[in-house]
Ligand binder design. Sequence first.
Ligand code: FE2
Ligand code: FE2
Length: 364
Amino acid sequence: MAETADVESIRDTDERKQNLVDSYKAVMEVSWNFDYETSIDKVNDLYKRAKTNQWNADDLDWDVAIDPSNPIMRRENTQYYDMPFFKRLSAQQQETFIAHSTAQMLSQFLHGEQGALLTASTITHGVEDVRAKYYAASQTMDEARHVEVYDRYVNKIAMHYPMVGWLKDLIDVTLKTENVHKIMIGMNMIVEGLALGAFNNMYQQTDEPLLKSITFNVMRDESRHVSFGHVFLGPRVAAMHQDDREDLAQFAFDAVGILVNGQKDVDPGFMKVLEVSNINPQDFMAGMKEAAEQGLVQDLPPGQVHSLKDLMIPALVRAGLITTRTKELFEQAGVPVNEDLTVLEAMEDAKSDQSILNQQGASY
Ligand SMILES: [Fe+2]
Ligand SMILES: [Fe+2]
């Protein structure tokens, strides 16, 4: 009798939750490898670092209160604060808009982390080098923990937003490729470059202690993930036939295009943010245009980074994934090819995780 009730309960729950599932078939090749050595010492180093820097989300202080006296984000810490349109809003509208636009971004962190969980496990299946499989498995665990922490945080603040369309498209294109190197480009260079910049900016902007400690710890893991794209893929791309290199370079260009073109429109989730804040979308767009004309959109506050310019494009350049041909395509598309690696290298695990910990004076 009890067993029947259990089966019925599972069936009910499955039916209710089915519309939250999005399944499709992918064409990724799976590789066994009976050579247990690697030719890339730096992949071993990253795996060792991943093992010693595991952390447990349960150790964070989840009891911290988040209320108007301790908001996720103070309005003066946001990019909107100096914009004339923002100053014209009422105090109530400003508070609601900042709370919900921050929550909408945190939901993107959550959904993007699920995408990273899927891609990291796919790399574990597909990559031929066994030590790279170890590393990708460690990244898979990292990404599971990232999904866990952002899910717990989003539930705590009780403001849920759907995944933006272009981010879902970008990760789907990455997961649907047959080539494990393209998965690394889409995830470890493009999506994680985007994420590392966004986490850094969130870390700089928020004073809320729980979110600050979550973001710090996640960022430390992500810097390892971005390094993997470099140390594993860089030498392989250099050794490739030009036609194969062009194929990867085209994939990188197309993937960046999804992001650049997708960001031109206001996403339906963000429309919801405007709606709950009682802001007319046309007024918002006009306000952003006005701020751009006054130079208030491009200039980031000190310490903040521009993901595309400072992280993604330099990572692609460094790995040899922008060819003479695709450089022209980027420039025609209005995306300058920045070859300066300074910000990227400063944010990676160039030295050791512990030194980053000491510099920041933070811990979990
Ligand atoms: Fe992650
Ligand atoms: Fe990651």
